[in-house]
Design a binder for this molecule. Structure first.
Ligand code: HEM
Length: 200
């Protein structure tokens, strides 16, 4: 899942070469806008299916309590990892670490981020969200946006990895800042709405 060219190959077999001499490999999720768009459509359909399922599932009190625990544990895992990524970004902006370090930690944290998000969605389905509430709908929209934002962030990571030894173009800098801002707004928005709904 890493976007970094320095990552060691896990395969012991010789890698076939393309006509330009570059090793061929199966196309990955973050290879192009096409793959990212396909993943975004899949994510949108999956979220819609989860919203539909949530209206047809009735969890008993014990399952509801367990789901709430899993929801909060997934929040710690997913959002915690997102905060570490953004903290590394801040360290880089203040000149305290190299871009390579940021990209490396970001690539390593993809797994806890996506696992946490998947845990939030699956447990959220069992918490029986009230889809007639505008706030809950807003929260689900934020979850969709942060999912799409996370997918395009993988592509950004790839693009930035090509510039680890040169200065980043302003376009990439703006792209990175917007991605971090959208991510923070969506995560905090979903946390705020979840917390507010839980108090009512
Ligand atoms: C980034 C994703 C998400 C975050 C950060 C988040 C955050 C939270 C938080 C902080 C709570 C309060 C827990 C408490 O009562 O102490 C909560 C509750 C809840 N969450 Fe989420 N959640 C997320 C995704 C989802 C999804 C995808 C669903 C539904 C499919 C969902 C459904 C619920 C429900 C039903 C509750 C109980 C309160 C209510 O009726 O809204 N959550 N969430």
């Amino acid at each position: 899942m890493s976007a970094l060219p320095s990552e060691p190959s896990v395969s012991a077999l010789p890698t076939p070469l393309q006509s330009d001499g570059e090793p061929t490999r199966p196309s990955g999720l973050y290879d192009s806008w096409w793959t990212v768009t396909a993943a975004a459509l899949t994510a949108g359909l999956t979220l819609s299916a989860c919203a539909w399922i949530s209206q047809h599932l009735q969890a008993d009190p014990a399952l509801h309590t367990t789901a709430l625990f899993v929801h909060l544990a997934s929040l710690v895992l997913g959002f915690g990892a997102v905060l570490v990524v953004d903290y590394h970004g801040l360290l880089w902006m203040s000149g305290r670490c190299a871009l390579r370090d940021v990209l490396e930690s970001t690539a390593r944290l993809h797994f806890p981020i996506w696992t946490g998000l998947a845990g939030l969605v699956v447990s959220g389905v069992m918490l029986h969200p009230d889809l007639t509430s505008p706030l809950t709908r807003t929260k689900l929209a934020l979850v969709l946006v942060l999912t799409l934002n996370g997918l395009q962030a993988g592509l950004l990571n790839r693009r930035m990895a090509r510039h680890v030894s040169t200065a980043l173009a302003p376009r990439l800098l703006a792209w990175g800042a917007t991605t971090a801002l959208v991510s923070q707004l969506c995560w905090w928005g979903a946390v705020g709405i979840g917390f507010y709904n839980g108090q009512r």
